[in-house]
Design a protein around this ligand. Structure first.
Ligand code: 4FV
Length: 258
């Protein structure tokens, strides 16, 4: 997969894509990340990319021409369609489902805004999709682009040493992930749940699903409402809720006794 990034800070983007799983995916030729600086596509000696906002008000706006010229160069850099994504709070929230769809595309282009944003006419004519990573305001789209590069990059076939780990990801089944434990079994902070030491893979899978269901019920009921639970999952969730209620009750009683 190829990802082109249009940014006033191309080195920052290249650095983000050079480390960890994404860096390794590039070394394995599973992913190619290219960064383009709109300043390199300006014609004035000050390499101007922004101007004041019509209608007044604080802040500057990124101008059409440097971005249009940059995107033309990006489009001509490879045969596949560029699929241009503008990262902004005005876009729909990025989800694992959208990440999985983008990861199947041969190529995407990430347009990173700075200042107050980008001239609307450029967005209307050159952008195929807007995406937001969350309801807060960043000083630039680069961190959002890095999020997309990482989330999409790690799903490239062969990027993760164990493909299973992507299948068992949070949200892979619409649920939050289960708890994870590593050695030592015993620690002052607690003991690893017995079932995980049992070698009984069916019981371990059942426990992990139960924990995912329970955590999602406790922490993200909005996600659970979007899940269609099968009979087994409904039974496991009921089990978790009963245990959770009785644990809360015994804690309450302990508090009263103290
Ligand atoms: C953002 C977000 C974000 C807005 C103006 C860049 C900034 C500045 N992008 N998800 N939240 N972008 O805050 O994606 O140009």
């Amino acid at each position: 997969m190829r990802i082109d990034v249009v940014s006033l800070f191309p080195d920052f983007v290249r650095q983000c894509a050079a480390v960890g799983v994404v860096g390794r995916a590039q070394q394995r030729q599973l992913l190619q990340v290219e960064a383009w600086n709109p300043r390199d596509y300006t014609s004035d000696r000050h390499r101007t990319v922004d101007a004041s906002s019509y209608g007044g008000g604080p802040g500057m706006v990124m101008m059409i021409e440097p971005l249009r010229a940059t995107l033309t160069a990006v489009r001509n850099a490879a045969p596949e369609p560029a699929h241009v994504i503008y990262l902004s709070p005005q876009g729909p929230r990025l989800t694992q489902g959208r990440v999985e769809a983008l990861a199947k595309m041969p190529r995407i282009t990430l347009l990173c805004g700075r200042y107050e944003g980008v001239d609307e006419r450029l967005l209307a004519h050159e952008v195929d999709e807007e995406l937001s990573i969350g309801d807060y305001v960043l000083s630039g789209g680069e961190l959002a682009a890095a999020v997309v590069i990482d989330a999409v990059g790690r799903l490239q076939e062969g990027a993760l040493n164990d493909a299973l780990s992507a299948e068992q990801d949070s949200f892979a089944n619409g649920l939050l992930d289960c708890p994870h434990y590593a050695k030592p079994v015993q620690d002052a902070l607690g003991t690893v749940p017995e079932v995980l030491l049992s070698g009984d893979h069916a019981a371990i899978a059942r426990w992990r699903l139960k924990q995912s269901l329970g955590r999602t019920w406790l922490r993200r009921p909005d996600l659970l409402s979007r899940c269609v639970l099968d009979k087994t999952s409904r039974a496991l969730l009921d089990e978790f809720r009963r245990e959770h209620a009785s644990q809360a009750l015994s804690r309450q009683n302990e508090a009263v006794d103290d």
